[in-house]
Structure formats: structure tokens, C-alpha cells
Ligand binder design. Sequence first.
Ligand SMILES: [Zn+2]
Length: 428
Amino acid sequence: MATTPSTNMLPPVVRRFLRYVKIDTQSSPDSETVPSTGKQKNLGDVLVRELFEIGFGDASMDEYGYVLATLPGTMNGDERTDSVVVALLAHMDTAPDESGENVKPVVHPPYEGGVISLPGDSSITLDPERQPHLLQHQGERLITSDGTTLLGSDDKAGVAILMQLAEDMLNDSSPRPDVRICFTIDEEIGRGVDHLNLQELGADIAYTLDGSGVDTISFETFNAATATVTVTGRSVHPGYAKGVMVNAVRILADLISSLPPDEAPETTEDRQGYYHPYTISAGDVTSASAQIILRDFSRAGLEERKGLVQSLVVTAEEKNPNARISLEIKDQYKNMRSYIEATDIRAITFAREAAAEMGFELKEEIVRGGTDGARLSEMGLPTPNIFNGGYDYHSRFEWNTVENLERSLEYTKALVRYWGDHMTESST
Ligand SMILES: [Zn+2]
């Protein structure tokens, strides 16, 4: 049975984290309001108040719930001429997948391996068979929920780390650029930056603290496109259909089943791309259409996937000369790496070098989905994602450790100082 040590004995970043996870901030995809749930502002209010108490006179929350504060740079005079503004972001909301109400965080004694049952629901276990990363954190103090809710480490770990960084660095005189601390809303429902005012944020480089695990950075996402295939057939009474009917449903089904089955989301991982037929609509004999998502980490790979869909359409037309088949392919977004490289590669190289100075190598993780950072990078603000220590997000199995939170905090501070020491170096 887990025991909760007196919270006074825990590092300040952990005490913050334990406070913030208790505030329910679950977002909702079914809501049209901004933020999608008003309760996200409850955490925003707490953060603004605490920022004021620490000494951030400019801390504010806007009508949408975005919280902003400035950690002023320590450079002056000429040093400032070439200076950049770095933004650090974390999202306040938690995932709709599991309840975030009445979260009761548990700090466990140092982990010795093996299976741990959570106290509020013994069927929820942390098990290295399913969660192999646990074994890399033996000797550390795990933090979980009691098993009845998610923990909310995604992304209150990021929130707690940035709040602690703000407090710790305010009176630190080592060189650093202006740092904008920003807490966002509705990331989990894909609307995290919809209303974020980039002009007001005023940053040249940004990092989200929303990456799982430790010592990780991610700045690669898929290149993405959507193909819409529409088949127009010909209807006639089935009793007299021979040689006349052209069945759009059958033609479309045939085309979809010709997509390579081993290149689907459910059959791929890591760097493998895929075809994903995900909607089929208004199917009847005269008209049927489907949308197929195409994903690939390389540009050339995405073009090949478009080419394959085009060739399937040509084949279907040849087999069904009386049908009309239209194909429309729309690009959705590009691998965020290309945007970062085009804008300021230092967002990545400095992150690596700051880690090397601390004595470790940043591991690059790829993202098989969208992120706020990908959209910000596309909008011209290079935004890699760095680790906040958590694992098994969006579930009741979610966990972080006391040590991981401290490590992410130390690394993020080192990254800010690295920018202070090196930002006058050219980006080319
Ligand atoms: Zn997140």
C-alpha cells in the first residue's frame, strides 16, 4: 500500500504539481465555447494569482483563458540587439478520455520493480509488462492518481515545471533572453492555439513542455494530405439492371479494399506512413464517396501515396467505363521539422547542445499525430516539444516521478540559460 509522505518533504515543483492536478480542467470536444470548458479558467486564475505573488506584475489571463507572463531577460545594452524572445508553453486542460474530476494524486515510495495496484481501484495496476518504461525508473518515487481518474501529468507537469522555473529564475542574474511563459487551453481537443495571439506572445522561438518520458525532444510530424474519391454510378431497377446499372457503392468498396492493408494506422508504427480511409458517405448506387487520409514522414513518400491513390482511380475507371470517378487531393500540413529548419534551426540545435552541456543526449521522438507545436511552427514560430517526465497519458495508468519533474525543470532552466549564452550566434 502506498504511503503519501508529508508533502513538505517534497521538492517545490512536485508540491505545485500535486496542487494543480486536483483542479479539474478537462476539455470537451462537444463544446463550441472558448475555452471548451469554463473550469479551465479555474486553474488559470490560480496561476495568475501565484505569478503575481512570485513577482510577475504583468501576469494576465485573457478572455479565452490563455495565461501570459514575462520573465524579463538579463541582457542589457548592445547584448540585447540580437536577442531573441523565447516562449515556454504548457497546456492547462486534460484529456476527455478519462475523468479529471476529484483527482487524488499518490506519491509512492521508491519503486522497486513489480506490479503496483492503485488504492482507489485495485484493478488499475502499474505493470512493467504493459508499461516497460517503469523499469527505467526504479528507485524513483512514482506519482499516480488513485486509479479512479487520470493523473493529469499531461500537461500539469509542464504547468508546474514552468511555474517553478518562473519562481526560481526571477532573481537569477545569469544571462537569459526575455522569456514568455504561456499556459494554453483546449490542447487535447486540437484547438490549443486557435485563439492564441502570436503578436501578443511576441516570441521568436518556443518550446512546449508536453513531451512524455525523460530526455526527449520531438520536432517531427507527418506530412499530411486527404484524398476524396467520389464515384458516380447509374441506377436502374435491379430486375432489369444487367448491362445497365453502374453501382457506385461496389466500385468504391473495391477501390478502398485495394489500399495496401499493411499500410494502415492499425498496422504501422514509428516512421511508417499509412493510408487511412476514415469516412464513407451517402453511399447509394448513384453516388458514393470516401475520404482517405494519407500520412508520411517524408515529402517524397507522401507524393508516392498520392500517386498510388491516383493509379487506383485510373484502374477503377478502366474497369468501369460507365462510371465517373473524381479524385481531389488536399495537402493538410507538412512535417513540422521543415518549418523549423526554414525559420530558425537553433530551436533544435540549442536544445541538443543544452542537454549535452548537462551531460546527456536528447532523444528524438517522432509524433504520429498533430501537436500545438506543429501548428505554431507552421505559423512561423518554431516550437519543438520537450519532455515533462510523464508516461501513459490519457489513461488511469498515467504516471510521472518526483525525479522526472525535477529533471525536466533543471533541463528547461539550462535551455533558457543556453539561449542567454549563445543567442548572439547566428542561426545559419
Ligand atoms: Zn499534452
